[in-house]
Design a protein around this ligand. Structure first.
Ligand code: SF4
Length: 312
């Protein structure tokens, strides 16, 4: 069968060693499955997020922060049954949620793995973490199985999307994908100290939000790139105008140059404090209520997990 799962529509026959643009055959591959403490506070909670990193990627940005798994070949082939066992093991280890990272090209297998996991007692929320280069139709297959969407919105300008990921259609695709995610999840909900349900206003008003976790909703991430301030402002304006308080927006400064880019010299440096502050001020001026930002210097490679097959 020719694959058309993602907007690349590359038509690869993912059998044998035949790989699509995403770099993957039909064999489900995972590079890491472990508790992760560096997500947004309401995703990490106290126990950590049970992240499962899938190998390959449909978008393939040149500056990828997880390049060893997205295009570097890291990962081990596993069965759908073993994937469900991994979910249950992470739950037993105290994970606040199961966090599926960049699995858009494995959605049919993920759906089966989640169904088996639920049948086996998986009861914590499921987070779907994506570049947003995914078809809305593909996301519809996840309805009822995913509780929280954690999409990126990387580029507003299609020229930038082409320059960095050869995906001119990214901005339109991401808008359609996020629209579908918000349709499925509606307004954000959180779990309070005594297990009670909190809406976003109650959550935002907490004196001590530490350890309070999201149970449902959408958090859109934007990783500010060096020189990307204007594009970032357009993304924030679009999200605030379109969704207001129906979503959270996470504004990130952790860009780390993962190589040398002679033809894209802007990617060889980190985001300056001034650039990041300017984007945060813009968001505040625009009246953002539901937001996360990063403090201090998070642009360290140590914040990027290692992918040596831990937990697989
Ligand atoms: S998921 Fe992979 S093989 Fe399928 S269309 Fe996208 S890039 Fe091609």
């Amino acid at each position: 069968m020719h694959c058309g799962l993602c907007p690349r529509d590359c038509g690869a026959e993912r059998i044998g060693e035949n790989r699509g643009f995403c770099g993957e055959t039909a064999g489900l591959r995972i590079a890491r499955a472990a508790l992760h403490m560096w997500e947004e506070p309401c995703i990490t909670g106290r126990g950590g997020s049970g992240t499962v990193f899938f190998s390959g990627c449909t978008l393939g940005c040149v500056f990828c922060q997880n390049a060893s798994i997205a295009s570097g070949g890291a990962g081990k082939e596993v069965s759908v049954g073993y994937l469900a066992e991994i979910f249950l093991r992470l739950q037993e280890e105290g994970a606040e949620n199961i966090n599926l990272v960049t699995g858009d090209h494995f959605v049919p297998q993920i759906v089966k793995g989640l169904q088996r996991g639920r049948d086996g007692g998986l009861c914590i929320p499921v987070v779907y973490n994506t570049s947003s280069y995914v078809k809305a139709d593909t996301l519809r297959c996840l309805e009822g199985l995913v509780d929280i969407y954690l999409p990126d919105f990387k580029y507003y300008d299609s020229g930038r999307a082409y320059r960095y990921a050869k995906a001119k259609d990214y901005p339109l695709t991401a808008k359609e994908a996020i629209k579908e995610m918000v349709r499925q999840q509606g307004k954000p909900e959180f779990i309070g100290k005594n297990g009670e349900s909190l809406d976003s206003r109650a959550y935002n008003a907490l004196d001590d939000p530490e350890g309070k976790t999201m149970s449902r909703g959408t958090i859109v991430r934007h990783l500010l790139l060096p020189g990307g301030l204007e594009d970032g402002k357009r993304i924030l304006s679009y999200l605030l105008d379109t969704y207001g308080e129906t979503i959270y927006i996470s504004i990130m400064n952790q860009y780390t140059p993962m190589g040398v880019f002679p033809e894209m010299p802007e990617l060889n440096s980190r985001v300056t404090e001034e650039e990041y502050e300017a984007l945060l001020e813009f968001a505040i001026d625009r009246g953002i209520e539901n937001g996360f930002f990063q403090e201090g210097n998070t642009a360290e490679e140590s914040f990027i997990p290692s992918f040596h097959g831990e937990g697989v």
